[in-house]
Design a protein. Structure first.
Length: 155
């Protein structure tokens, strides 16, 4: 099952400030719901990370071990990455690509998030509707978290 997501998020911060957050991997990962751990795993000079992500979707509690590779970084406006991995049982797998683009906005920065992810295995059997619904909920939580980083009075 292929899942395509596109979300827009206004941020009350400059592109440079948002870029600094995006490139601070541990801080940024802490804003993503379900991320349990992220560790650098650079290979062949490529910026890469091993991530462990858990969530509950429908009746399934799933934990995925993912490899995230930064495929392009153009400061301060574009960050692209590929993702692949699965659960430790081999029952669920995901592969895909995502990108975050930043553009100036009247009161700060506009972040555009795009992802195209193929979900395979038992999780795909749930169908697109519950997975898309959960992805939308997770993005809303992420949006609140990242907007909170730039709220008035925060360093």
């Amino acid at each position: 099952m292929m899942l395509n997501l596109t979300e827009e998020l206004p941020l009350n911060a400059s592109r440079d400030d948002v870029w600094v957050l995006l490139r601070d991997t541990s801080r940024f990962a802490g804003l993503l719901p379900g991320v349990e751990s992220v560790t650098p795993s650079a290979q062949d000079g490529t910026e890469a990370y091993a991530a462990r992500v858990s969530d509950k979707i429908g009746p399934f509690k799933i934990t995925l071990n993912l490899e995230v590779r930064v495929t392009e970084a153009s400061e301060p406006s574009l960050l692209k990455a590929s993702v692949r991995g699965g659960d430790s049982y081999g029952l669920n797998r995901v592969t895909g690509a995502m990108q975050l683009s930043l553009s100036p906005a009247p009161h700060g920065t506009q972040m555009r998030f795009e992802a195209s992810v193929e979900v395979l295995g038992k999780l795909a059997a749930l169908g697109a509707v519950p997975i898309r619904r959960r992805a939308t909920q997770l993005f809303s939580e992420f949006a609140r978290n990242i907007q909170g980083q730039f709220a008035a009075g925060r360093p």
